[in-house]
Design a protein around this ligand. Structure first.
Ligand code: GLA
Length: 334
């Protein structure tokens, strides 16, 4: 596999391929300095290209998450998108940014700059979108992702990365302890599209304002948990209305001592507990990938924003620059 390796002085290492801009491996130290790969992936390019996998480590675009009924109207023009998730369009359609081979613009030992031109009309979206993503590994044990995009026609954009994390490097994530900096989440219907309601987390399984073990409420009978088969919800990050990086979530693994903080400029984060992983895929090192083996924290604008005028806008106009940054910062405790 044509992997680019980014590393820092502490041995942290990220491996990335141009296909899908996929993070294929991410090695970080535990409390004893032992490295382990904390993301799900495959050992070879062929698996990424031929297995029907759920976006392992990939860059997601042009629109991360779902757009209801696979369509939206922009400046009075209706746009139809590929239907690939119930009645909806998920993660940019059938051949989203995760299935494109990105151009490598710059590569060094700690930084990889990728770009991709999504043509006007590709997967139903208007405008030629020039997208640039810079991955970097810093000496503070961070994997930083900077996204920018420009368009020649008014369009919608919502970019993210879909890495699946397991801070132990194996086993289930039910013992991982999660904090999410959110007082509310977007309530979803039975096709996982937001209803527009922002519900308070207080008194629900969605209250992660204080550190909570994932296993505590994963089998809750709360209707929102049943509909998503676990956590698969967009949390509304408590943040100022500016472009600053704020803490969205923190995950710690008592077994290894590894801690991951997710900081972002985005207004939302999709907390997904790998509910649809069903044991049919075999990943890196021969590991059978099963439900609860990993979690995602996809920083984003809210799902279905193009159809939800009350949500923060995902519209990008010619002359504007879409800008988004997310940092996965690793440390240890205990
Ligand atoms: C996102 C979605 C999930 C699922 C995964 C990929 O996290 O919210 O419902 O589709 O992507 O399987």
């Amino acid at each position: 596999m044509n992997e680019y390796t980014l590393a820092n002085a502490h041995g942290m290492e990220a491996k990335i391929i141009p296909y899908g801009g996929i993070v294929t491996a991410l090695s970080v130290p535990d409390r004893h300095g032992q490295l382990a790969n904390v993301v799900l992936g495959f050992d070879n390019l062929d698996d990424y290209q031929t297995k029907n996998h759920p976006y392992f480590g990939a860059l997601i675009g042009r629109y991360g998450n779902r757009i209801g009924n696979a369509g939206f109207t922009l400046d009075g023009m209706p746009y139809k998108l590929p239907v690939n998730n119930g009645p909806n369009s998920l993660h940019g359609g059938n051949a989203g940014f995760d299935k494109q081979t990105w151009t490598v613009d710059e590569a060094s030992s700690s930084k990889l700059a990728l770009s991709y031109l999504s043509k006007d009309g590709e997967e139903g979206y208007p405008g030629n979108l020039t997208t640039r993503v810079i991955y970097s590994v810093t000496n503070d044990n961070e994997l930083r992702i900077d996204y920018t995009a420009t368009t020649d026609k008014t369009t919608v954009v919502n970019l993210t990365n879909h890495s699946y994390f397991n801070l132990s490097g194996s086993g289930s994530i039910y013992d991982h302890i999660v904090t999410i900096n959110a007082n509310t989440f977007t309530v979803i219907d039975d096709t996982l599209i937001p209803t527009s309601e922002l519900a308070r987390v207080e008194g629900t399984p969605f209250d992660f304002r204080q550190p909570k073990c994932i296993g505590t409420d994963i089998r809750s009978a709360h209707p929102q948990m049943v509909v998503a088969h676990g956590f698969d919800h967009n949390f509304v990050i408590n943040r100022p209305a500016d472009n600053s990086l704020v803490l969205a979530a923190r995950v710690s693994d008592p077994a290894s001592g590894r801690v991951m903080e997710v900081l972002t400029t985005e207004p939302g984060v999709q907390f997904y507990t790998g509910n649809f992983l069903d044991g049919t895929l075999v990943g890196s090192g021969g590991r059978t990938i099963r439900q609860s083996d990993a979690l995602c924290l996809e920083t984003q604008h809210f799902p279905d924003s193009p159809n939800k005028p009350d949500f923060p806008s995902t519209v990008l106009k010619p002359g504007e620059t879409y800008q988004s940054t997310t940092v996965y910062k690793f440390s240890t405790s205990g």
